[in-house]
Design a protein around this ligand. Structure first.
Ligand code: AHG
Ligand code: MN
Ligand code: MN
Length: 357
């Protein structure tokens, strides 16, 4: 037996804490290989996102013990959805956190009809933050995982009439994106266009610490994640896909009701998440600017793919800030499999159309 084998448990724990603890701000600066103004901005932005994540995680960890964490506010948001207390709180947390940043002049979120302007930051603030404060909020009251999704875009022009029209651009314009997953631990996953990096909140330090650098999604994986309760609301191509995975070995269904959690599993284990258009909602449910596009940016940075079924998700230009798109996202081979069923059905329809007298 060597000395490591016989080491008491406490010692190995101390040893883990002794490792090089790389914080979010340091990681951004090192990654950009610069201490210039752009790199400082990005580092400060990511630190602020981390702070918002810590505040939200803190309240979630006490949900049921403190007021304002469980249940609904009684309001209906711009999406027509009942607002939960945590949706409201988390939305306010992002505003409060970025009000003092000096970097962000405008925030757009699922919970606000129009962007929120911070006029005092506008002469200097050059970025817009787009975010889903709580993703999967139906999970809050049952103590299951939820997330926050964020996207940062460089501000184009001054937007003097406060229309936010310059935000109606494709997802390639994002300069950073990611999510925070509030699960057994709080995990922050981000990209600034140079790979995907995973940080875990160490509560004893109050810091997000680098856990995985340059995460790559598997080319193919076993997971398919889609709400099969909508089966009869789907296009035939998605029914073809589900019949295929039911009949072939090696697939397993996972669906948590929170996109962030489902996608996190797929990033690590491979597979595909699908939120399609339905008969009732032909563009599906997920919002482009602060749900689908940031996750598409992240997944592509990890070597995966994201599509609407018709074109790359990152190419879509929304016609308003809360626009929705169907989403097929995950491992390249599994996204391609779903697309192949769409192509088959499209070809069949074209052939039938051509045969019509
Ligand atoms: P949000 O809580 O931000 O409104 O998002 C919920 C989304 C997403 O997280 C999840 O994948 C999806 O809604 C679940 O919708 P269904 O219940 O229709 O499957
Ligand atoms: Mn959401
Ligand atoms: Mn939400």
């Amino acid at each position: 037996m060597n000395s490591a084998d016989s080491a008491p448990l406490e010692l190995s724990y101390d040893f883990a804490l002794d490792r090089d603890c790389k914080t979010l701000s340091r990681h951004v600066l090192e990654h950009l290989q610069s201490f210039g103004p752009e790199a400082q901005d990005m580092s400060a932005l990511m630190t602020r996102i981390g702070l918002a994540g810590k505040l939200i995680a803190r309240r979630l960890s006490k949900a049921g013990l403190v007021a304002g964490a469980l249940g609904f506010t009684g309001e209906i948001n711009v999406q027509g959805e009942a607002v939960k207390q945590m949706d409201f709180y988390a939305n306010e947390v992002f505003i409060a956190t970025f009000k003092q940043s000096g970097l962000v002049c405008r925030l757009a979120s699922e919970e606000m009809e129009k962007p929120y302007y911070i006029p005092e930051n506008c002469p200097i603030g050059r970025y817009t933050l787009l975010y889903d404060p709580i993703d999967g909020s139906s999970n809050v009251d049952v103590n299951l995982n939820v997330g926050s999704i964020f996207s940062i875009r460089q501000q184009v022009g001054n937007d003097p009439d406060q229309t936010g029209e310059d935000l109606l651009q494709n997802g390639h314009q994002q300069v950073a994106a990611g999510y925070i997953l509030y699960g057994p631990s709080t995990v922050l996953v981000y990209s600034i266009g140079r790979g995907v990096h995973v940080f875990i909140l160490d509560p004893s330090l109050g810091e997000f610490i680098l856990a995985i650098e340059n995460l790559k999604i598997p080319q193919h994986g076993p997971v398919y994640s889609v709400n099969e309760g909508n089966f009869w609301q789907w296009e035939e191509a998605l029914r073809d896909f589900t019949r295929y995975v039911h009949r072939h070995e090696g697939y397993t269904a996972r669906y948590s009701g929170a996109l962030v959690g489902d996608l996190h599993r797929i990033l690590f284990q491979g597979g595909v998440f699908i939120y399609p258009g339905t008969i009732k909602n032909p563009n599906g449910k997920l919002r482009l600017l602060y749900e689908s596009a940031p996750l598409a940016y992240l997944v592509e940075q990890a070597g995966g793919r994201a599509s609407t079924g018709q074109r790359p998700l990152l190419d879509v230009v929304p016609d308003h800030i809360h626009a929705r798109t169907p989403l097929i996202i995950g491992s390249p081979e599994d996204v391609a499999l779903m697309e192949s069923f769409i192509e088959d059905r499209t070809r069949q329809a074209e052939e039938e159309f051509a045969l019509k007298p």
